[in-house]
Design a binder for this molecule. Sequence first.
Ligand code: SF4
Length: 225
Amino acid sequence: MTLTPADRLNAIEPILDEVYGPRQLNPDRDPVSTLVSTILSQNTSDTNTARSFRSLRNRFPTWNDVVGANPEDVIDAIRSGGLANRKGPRIQAALEEIEDRYGTFTLDNLATMPIDAARAELVSIDGVGPKTAACVLLFSMGLPAMPVDTHVHRVATRVGLIEPGATANAAHAKLESLIGDNADRVYRLHVEIIAHGRAVCQARRPRCEICPLRSHCEYATSREN
Ligand code: SF4
């Protein structure tokens, strides 16, 4: 019997909940902080992201301070997060654009918009892609947007939830349509799939032999047949 992506999702969800749950969505961080933090998180660990975010806020207590700073000083403040030469100017440009558009450093107005309109606003900010937009929508506004990072993309592809080679935009759209508009469910799956990608379905060598998702996974079953 051929399993659809929805069949596979429904089969793996209770297993992920049991192994990695419970997870509770708590959207209490301000959207601008989430946006900056997500830019800082590109290609680095959670620990380095938190460290570089703290360093940025300690050196520049307000977003206005960040925008007005010498670019070299911003780069220096976030150096511990890696790729600082790229991330520093991106953060300054995004903050400047937010202030130009909304008159202050806030994105709170987006929380009252329909999710598609809020997402369109976010991705139209220079340097904000679909993952960063989804992080702001989910983690700060409690809206059902699925951030697709490298772990989510890899696990979802191997299990058979999304097509191999799906672009970032296509992967976000496909997973969101599969999961539906319950933000708690989106959050649980997001966090649990990342945990699974780190612990078991690793990039170089997936540990299929010990994986509890194996019998529902396209990658694993295609190798057994
Ligand atoms: S069975 Fe293998 S490929 Fe599938 S999710 Fe588990 S570790 Fe990843």
